[in-house]
Design a protein. Structure first.
Length: 155
């Protein structure tokens, strides 16, 4: 499914829906160019999980952990050079754990990721963003269906 976001607030609102729908062990992979709004979406997800601390970009530390309705592991793997580095960081522990993983720039960890991830791609569209949700298994398909229902009911 695809949604147009006309403002950071729209992106935050979609993130909030995704945060509310999350279950332990879910993985959201966020794709998109620099400045597309991945961290903005992650901030909404944090809000949807009931996290009160502000969610900030983990560009330099690669992973930020937050305590909410379930743990949020927010990663930005832009600076992760090789898949081996992911193993050193113990990314599998997070990916196969009981929190929600939100991963910006997941490409470097592709080999470590489980199959059933929700892929969220943000594309620039003038001053707006086109946000596309793609499922890669039954759990992520369920999330896409729930988001579709919730977004439709808002209009
Ligand atoms: N519709 C929109 N949704 C999200 N952000 C938007 C939107 N319109 C404008 N923006 C702006 O775009 C920027 C998005 O920055 P953000 O840090 O979320 O990007 P990012 O994809 O995480 O980049 P990076 O790859 O560097 O981590 C913010 O400055 C935000 O205000
Ligand atoms: Mg970011």
């Amino acid at each position: 499914m695809q949604i147009t976001s006309n403002s950071p607030a729209d992106t935050l609102a979609l993130g909030e829906i995704l945060g509310r729908l999350a279950r332990p062990g879910d993985i959201y992979c966020l794709l998109g160019e620099l400045g597309a709004g991945k961290t903005a979406l992650a901030q909404g997800i944090g809000r949807g999980l009931g996290i009160e601390d502000p969610v900030s970009s983990p560009t330099f530390t690669l992973i930020h952990e937050y305590k909410g309705r379930m743990p949020l592991y927010h990663m930005d793997l832009y600076r992760m050079a090789a898949p081996e580095e992911g193993e050193e960081l113990g990314l599998q522990e997070y990916f196969w754990g009981h929190g929600l993983c939100v991963v910006e720039w997941p490409q470097a960890a592709a080999e470590l990721l489980p199959a059933d991830i929700l892929q969220v791609e943000l594309r620039f569209a003038g001053d707006s963003r086109e946000i596309e949700l793609a499922a890669h298994g039954s759990r992520s398909q369920q999330i896409v269906e729930e988001v579709t229902r919730l977004v439709d009911s808002e209009h």
